[in-house]
Design a binder for this molecule. Structure first.
Ligand SMILES: Cc1ncc(COP(=O)(O)O)c(C=O)c1O
Length: 477
C-alpha cells in the first residue's frame, strides 16, 4: 500500500513533518500504553478537544476522563446502568465516547479512513479537499482530523441536525454544506456529493456508508476494547450475552464480527428508529435520533452476522433524555435510590446512546436475561451536542415519574425481529437499490457479500500490514 517513491506520499510526509504530525498505529489506538513516553509527557499540556497533532494519539477508547492533560487507562470509560433504573436484571454496560477528542467515537472511524489515503497518496493533503458526508459525528471527526493534518475539509450534512453540530463545524471545518431534510435524508447527501464531484475536480470523498476502513476501525479497535473489558469482569458465571448497537453507517456494528470470532454465541442486535423502520419493514419516515437510521442499508453492513432488529420509539428516547438531564429528573432518580455517582454520569448519554440503552433493555427482556448476562452497548457521544434540544422542550409538561415508566412499561418486546435466514436475505437485498442502482456498485460484489465467506475475511485481513506501513511512513516524516 505504502510507496515512498510516490511523489504525493513524499509531499504528504514533508507537509505533515512541517506541521509536527505523526500518525498513530492501530496497535496504539487499541492499547495506548504502547504510545511512546515522550508523546505521553507532551500530552499533559494538551486539551482533549484541541486541534493539536498530539491529539491524534487520543483517538482511543482508553483516555482518562479529563479535559486537560489526560493520560491513558488500561480499560475504557464505562457506565453500567443499574437494574433499579433499567428494570431488567442483566448487566447493561455502555462504553463512553465522550472522552474522544470531538466528544464522539466516530472520530476514530474518520481517522481510519484518512490514514490509508494519506500514506498511499490517494489523498494529496495540500491540493485535495476532503469531503465528509454525514448525518452525525463522522463529519465532525473528519473535519477535526483534516484540520490537524492541514487539509481543507468540506462537511456535508442535513440542515436539521442540531445547532451545536453546526456551531462546532463552523469553527473547525473548511466548508459546511447543508442538504435538505434531517436524519434520514441520506439520498440528498449522496446527490450533493455527486454534484460536488462534478463542480470541483480536486475532491476526495470519504463515504462512511461504503468505506470499509470505517468498519475496520471498529472491527479492530472497538472490538478489542470490548474484549479487554469483558476479560476484566468475567468470572465463572458471567456470560457475554449480546452487543446492542443502533446503526447509522453501520461501521460500529463491525466490532461484532470480531467479537463473534472469539465468542460465537454472542448476539448482535441492531436498533433503528421505529419512526423510520427500514431494516424492520423496508420502511421510511422521519425521526429525531441523530446519527442513526438513514433509510437505507449501508454497503459495509455484514447483514449475515446480524441476529436481531429492534425498533426504538424516538419519543421514548426524548423522555429519557429529559429524565437524564433535567434537575426534576435527577431528583426523581435520587428518590428511587439511584446512586449519585450514576446520576452524575447520565450526561454521558447522547440521544443515540439512549436509543442504544433502550435497545439493550428490550433485548434483555426478549431473552429473559439474568444477572449473569452482560450486554454491551455504546454511548456514542454525550449530551453536549443536544443542549438546544432540551431547550425546545416545555419543562412544565415534564413529569419525571412518567418518564421513568418508559423503562418499566414503555420498553417492551414489541417491534423486535429475531432474524431468520430469509429475514437477513431480505435486508441484504435492500442494498441493491441504493448501491447497485444508484451508487454504481456491482451486483457481483453484492452477491459475494452474501455468498462468499472469504469476502468479509479478506476485508478483515486488510489491516494486517497497516501498522507496518504507518510506521514506515512515520519514519519518513
Ligand atoms: C450520534 C451518533 N450515534 C450513532 C451513530 C452510528 O454509528 P455508525 O455510523 O457507526 O453506525 C453515529 C454515526 O455517526 C452518530 O453520530
Amino acid at each position: 500500500m505504502f510507496e515512498f517513491t510516490n511523489d504525493v506520499v513524499k509531499d504528504n510526509a514533508k507537509f505533515l513533518s512541517n506541521r509536527g504530525v505523526t500518525l498513530p498505529t492501530f496497535s496504539e489506538m487499541k492499547n495506548p500504553c504502547n504510545i511512546p513516553e515522550p508523546i505521553k509527557l507532551m500530552l499533559k499540556e494538551v486539551e482533549l478537544d484541541a486541534v493539536h497533532p498530539l491529539n491524534l494519539y487520543r483517538i482511543t477508547w482508553k483516555n482518562e476522563p479529563v479535559k486537560l492533560g489526560g493520560g491513558f487507562q488500561l480499560l475504557p470509560n464505562i457506565l453500567e446502568f443499574p437494574p433499579e433504573l433499567t428494570g431488567v436484571k442483566s448487566r447493561i454496560i455502555g462504553l463512553s465516547g465522550k472522552f474522544f477528542p470531538t466528544g464522539a467515537h466516530k472520530v476514530g472511524s474518520s481517522l481510519a479512513c484518512l490514514i490509508p489515503r494519506i500514506i498511499s497518496g490517494e489523498l494529496d493533503l495540500q491540493h485535495n479537499f476532503a469531503v465528509w458526508p454525514s448525518t452525525g459525528n463522522f463529519c465532525r471527526g473528519g473535519a477535526f482530523n483534516s484540520a490537524i493534518m492541514g487539509c481543507h475539509s468540506i462537511s456535508v450534512l442535513p440542515e436539521n441536525m442540531s445547532k451545536e453540530r453546526f456551531d462546532w463545524l463552523n469553527n473547525i471545518s473548511g466548508e459546511v454544506i447543508t442538504t435538505l431534510g434531517s436524519e434520514s435524508n441520506v439520498k440528498e447527501i449522496y446527490d450533493r456529493v455527486n454534484q460536488l464531484r462534478m463542480e470541483r475536480n480536486n475532491v476526495v470523498v470519504f463515504n462512511q456508508f461504503c468505506d470499509f476502513w470505517n468498519y475496520l476501525w471498529h472491527y479492530e479497535v472497538t472490538a478489542s476494547t470490548f474484549l479487554d473489558l469483558f476479560n476484566s469482569i468475567k468470572g465463572d458465571t458471567e456470560r457475554f450475552a449480546g452487543i446492542c448497537l443502533s446503526s447509522g453507517s453501520s461501521g460500529t456494528l463491525g466490532c461484532a464480527d470480531a467479537i463473534k470470532d472469539v465468542y460465537p454465541s454472542v448476539k448482535l442486535a441492531v436498533g433503528e428508529a421505529l419512526q423510520c423502520p427500514t431494516l424492520l419493514m423496508n420502511g421510511y419516515g422521519e425521526h429525531t435520533i441523530e446519527g442513526i437510521g438513514d433509510k437505507h442499508v449501508p454497503w459495509i453492513h455484514n447483514v449475515r452476522n446480524t441476529d436481531m432488529i429492534v425498533g426504538i420509539d424516538d419519543n421514548h428516547c426524548k423522555e429519557i433524555f429529559k429524565l437524564f438531564n433535567l434537575p426534576a429528573g435527577h431528583e426523581y432518580l435520587k428518590s428511587i435510590g439511584i446512586n449519585d455517582s450514576i446520576i452524575q454520569k447520565l450526561n454521558w448519554c447522547g440521544i443515540s446512546g439512549i436509543a442504544n440503552l433502550c435497545l439493550a433493555i428490550k433485548f434483555s427482556k426478549y431473552y429473559e436475561l439474568t444477572s449473569n448476562d452482560i450486554v454491551f452497548t455504546i454511548l456514542t457521544d454525550s449530551t453536549e451536542m443536544y443542549q438546544s434540544k432540551l431547550l425546545e422542550e416545555d419543562y412544565n409538561l415534564f413529569d419525571a415519574q412518567i418518564a421513568y415508566l418508559v423503562f418499566l412499561q414503555g420498553l417492551k418486546t414489541d417491534y423486535i425481529d429475531e432474524l431468520t435466514y430469509k429475514d437477513k436475505k431480505r435486508i441484504h437485498n435492500l442494498k441493491y437499490y441504493t448501491w447497485v442502482e444508484q451508487q454504481g456498485m456491482s451486483v457481483e460484489e453484492l452477491d459475494r457479500q452474501w455468498h462468499d465467506p472469504h469476502y468479509w475475511k479478506k476485508i478483515q485481513l486488510s489491516t494486517k500490514k497497516i501498522d507496518e506501513s504507518i510506521q514506515e511512513f512515520n519514519n519518513n516524516i
